[in-house]
Design a protein around this ligand. Structure first.
Ligand code: MOS
Length: 785
């Protein structure tokens, strides 16, 4: 997603495994602010309507745009009739491939480990309104600009397009024999073979070997994608865009319009959720800028919910085989995980579906394989826990199936196979307390006290299930600037994205702790390419990436202040080494004599300085190349299944996590819960219906694409080990995506425990549980546990 791929390759070449160990972060055990459940600093502005989202800016003379999208999957536009639209009231322009401003194809994100330079972050390099070709059903073919949104939408409905239809590749199932190897799988090889897994599987005392399927998912963040584009008289472009990466938008748009990147400013102060859907630049942002240029006015293009389904990719469906062979004592002998997913020719992307299998359990013989099949569809993209979220459904279901076969407690099976080093990379773990998370979770959930087989309450059958979660630690380079003012306040600046995760809050907590300032004296400025370049808000990396750069920027400022303090003074800090100091009470104080020190304000004022600032870049993620670094978790689920209707209701949930140090108890728990709720949706309801005859998504609305509502979600208990990882800044790991991984398996496993039915295809809808539709009943098989 960023320049990381190029950097990673260079770093490997430089021998990353020989990195020098650094001393643990001195703040690893600091608790004045870090770890506290501080309220979100952006909470009040958001709930009072003060926070402005991308579609809420009102530049003067703003016009509104609506898109027209193709209704065929492949072919070419024979004729596009815009006459009626142009005549419609309020219309300022109808832009098609015939009259669009000159645009280059957007640069797409290169494969993670290709070493190619990142020039932009589009999902594909297909030209936008560049020619008459159609590549997917839903591709924009025109954008209409009018004085009002209603006028634009009405005029868009008057655009008539004739197509020459060509045969399209639409069926994942039919074309899967044409699957090819992706370039990589999030930097890991698509194929891994250790030992002889197939042969050992055949010789295992106990084996399970099944195919699991997960459906297409679409992004439905609370805020649909929206942008406002404003061109100035010097050819500069300002964009208010809902994105996870303002610099990615800047570079992509600069390339499309052949501008110096410095001429493009991208602002995203608040983003209403993203989950990977706003990580790439999609056509809507480019169309918005093109429309504004064409009509010579600022233009807003806010996608409708349906348009998000058409223009913005989602999670690819998967077909996976997981086969596990074990000795009678439960030790895994063979572990096989192969995964197939569709992608697109012009931006092939494989999700890390097999990530959990690569890094979770010890097995002597391992076979991993991932393939992609090119289809004519909107480009697939990252969606919360891209890969592990659905890969864990297969792996963690299979582990449960094996536990039943072995008649071993599923938690015990995981303990038996807990690795001492990474099973595929061979690296040491930087910090792994997964079994502790399992034990603490089991204790609090009452796992060992659960009844031995399915229970009943009236017409409901009740079951419990567990599944493990794993998500890799990723860190992208980030630049942060820190300023300390003579009035005792400080400001942290970086272009970071606050998409609702708690980023701003946690960064303020951290800087306050680091500088020894009251938390209310610290500000955080973000969401603007006029600020230093942050890491993207993706891959659960942003918080730690920023904390590391902030740590180094704070250190630089403090050292400068220290040298000022000692400069020509015989004050308490003269001649004192930096590592003999502690930041507290608004300044620097000696550790050998706690009364001796000075506030930043006193030092700055004495030298006539209003402020002092420094900036630092967090370097390459060498640590992730030397160590196996992951966040871990164990989900505990209790649910009930109605034996007449097959309805599944979750009654109890506990997520027990091991994700290094937790920086804010409240926002972290909210992240974990959000992931679990999204996982409940994936397990029980989410499914994009893709018509394989037309390539059309036929349920592009929240009325027909179901996500959990409040009544679908039980109280969710969250606990965590809170053990710092000494190889990361303040010991923290990412927590944005671990929550969703494992959730659908925990539900499938609990459904099995309740009903004896093993559902290997998501979502677990009623029809899959009713074995005899005529009698509409779930036959409960009494299974041993
Ligand atoms: Mo995430 S799915 O890397 O935004």
């Amino acid at each position: 997603m960023s320049t990381i791929s190029r950097l990673l390759v260079r770093a490997v070449a430089a021998g990353a495994r020989f990195i020098r160990e650094k001393a643990p972060d001195p703040l690893r055990d600091a608790h004045t602010y870090l770890g506290k459940p501080l309220n979100r600093v952006d909470g009040r502005p958001k709930v009072t309507g003060q926070a402005r989202f991308s579609a809420e800016f009102r530049p003067k003379n703003l016009a509104y745009a609506a898109v027209v999208t193709s209704t065929i999957a492949k072919g070419r536009i024979r004729q596009i009739d815009t006459a009626a639209a142009q005549q419609a009231a309020g219309v300022l322009g109808v832009i098609t491939n015939e009259n669009a401003p000159t645009m280059k194809p957007p640069p797409k994100v290169p494969p993670f480990s290709s070493g190619e330079q990142v020039k932009g972050t589009a999902a594909t390099d297909l030209p936008v309104l560049g020619n008459a070709m159609i590549y997917w059903n839903g591709q924009p073919v025109a954008v209409v600009v009018a004085e009002t949104l209603e006028q634009a939408e009405y005029a868009a409905s008057l655009v008539h397009v004739d197509y020459d239809v060509q045969p399209a590749r639409l069926s994942f199932h039919v074309l899967k024999h044409e699957a090819t190897k992706p370039y990589d799988v999030l930097g890991e090889p698509p194929h891994v073979e250790i030992g002889h897994a197939e042969a050992q599987l055949a010789h295992s005392a106990v084996a399970v070997d099944h195919v699991y399927r997960t459906p297409r998912h679409n992004h439905n963040a609370m805020e649909p994608h929206a942008a406002i584009a404003v061109w100035d008289e010097h050819g500069g472009l300002t964009l208010y865009d809902s994105t996870q990466y303002v610099y990615g938008v800047r570079d992509t748009l600069a390339a499309v319009f052949s501008l110096d990147p410095g001429k493009v400013r991208v602002i995203a102060h608040h983003v209403g959720g993203s989950f990977g859907g706003k990580g790439n630049v999609w056509d809507n942002t480019i169309l918005c800028a093109a429309a504004a240029r064409a009509v010579g006015r600022p233009v807003q293009l806010a996608l409708s919910r349906e348009a998000v389904f058409r223009l913005v990719g989602g999670r690819a469906p998967t077909e996976q085989r997981v086969a596990l062979g074990a000795d009678p004592d439960g030790r895994l002998r063979a572990m096989i995980h192969t995964a197939l997913q569709p992608s697109v020719e012009h931006g092939p992307q494989a999700d890390a579906i097999t990530a959990s299998t690569r890094h979770s359990y010890t097995a002597e013989h391992i076979l991993i394989d991932q393939r992609i099949v090119s289809l004519d569809m909107v480009a697939n993209t990252a969606m919360r826990g891209p890969g592990p979220a659905v890969g864990s459904f297969a792996l963690e279901s299979a582990i449960d199936e094996l536990a039943y076969e072995l008649r071993v407690d599923p938690l015990e099976l995981r303990r038996i196979n807990e690795p001492s080093k990474d099973p595929t990379s061979g690296h040491s773990f930087s910090s792994r307390h997964f079994i502790e998370a399992c034990d603490r979770g089991a204790e609090q959930f009452g796992w060992r006290q659960r009844p031995p087989r399915s229970q009943r309450n009236g017409q409901w059958v009740i079951g419990q299930g567990v599944a493990a979660a794993l998500y890799h630690v990723v860190r992208f380079p980030a630049v942060v600037r820190v300023r300390i003012n003579a009035d005792g306040t400080a400001l942290v600046q970086t272009s970071a994205q606050e998409n609702g995760m708690g980023t701003a809050t946690v960064q303020i907590q951290h800087a306050a702790e680091r500088l020894g300032l009251p938390v209310e004296n610290v500000g955080f400025e973000y969401g603007d390419t006029n600020l230093p370049k942050s890491a993207p808000a993706g891959a659960s990396n942003q918080t730690v990436a920023l904390v590391q750069a902030t740590r180094d920027a704070c250190g630089k400022v403090q050292r400068e202040i220290l040298s000022l303090a000692g400069n020509g003074s015989d004050g308490p800090l003269a001649g004192v080494a930096f590592n003999r100091l502690q930041a507290r009470d608004g300044g620097l104080f000696r550790t050998d004599d706690r009364r001796q020190g000075e506030t930043y304000g006193a030092i700055l004022k004495r030298h006539g300085r209003a402020w002092i600032e420094a900036q630092a870049e967090s370097g390459l993620p060498f640590e992730t190349m030397k160590y196996s670094m992951h966040s871990y978790g164990m989900h505990f689920c209790e649910l009930r299944v109605h034996e007449q209707t097959g309805e599944v209701r979750i009654s109890r949930w506990l997520g027990s996590f091991d994700c290094g140090r937790i920086l804010n108890a409240k926002t972290a728990s909210s992240q974990f819960r959000g992931g679990i709720i999204m996982g409940i949706g994936a397990a029980l309801m989410e499914e994009t219906l893709f018509d394989e005859r037309s390539g059309r998504i036929v349920n592009p609305s929240l009325a027909e694409y179901h996500v959990p509502v409040h009544l679908d979600v039980p109280h969710i208990d969250i606990i965590y080990t809170d053990i710092p990882d000494d190889h990361t800044a303040v010991g923290a790991h990412g927590i944005g995506e671990i929550g969703i991984t494992g959730v659908s398996a925990a539900i499938a496993n609990a459904v099995f425990n309740a009903t004896g039915k093993r559902i290997r295809e998501l979502p677990i809808t009623l029809d899959k549980l009713l074995d005899d539709p005529a009698s509409s009943a779930v036959t409960v098989k009494n299974q041993a546990s």
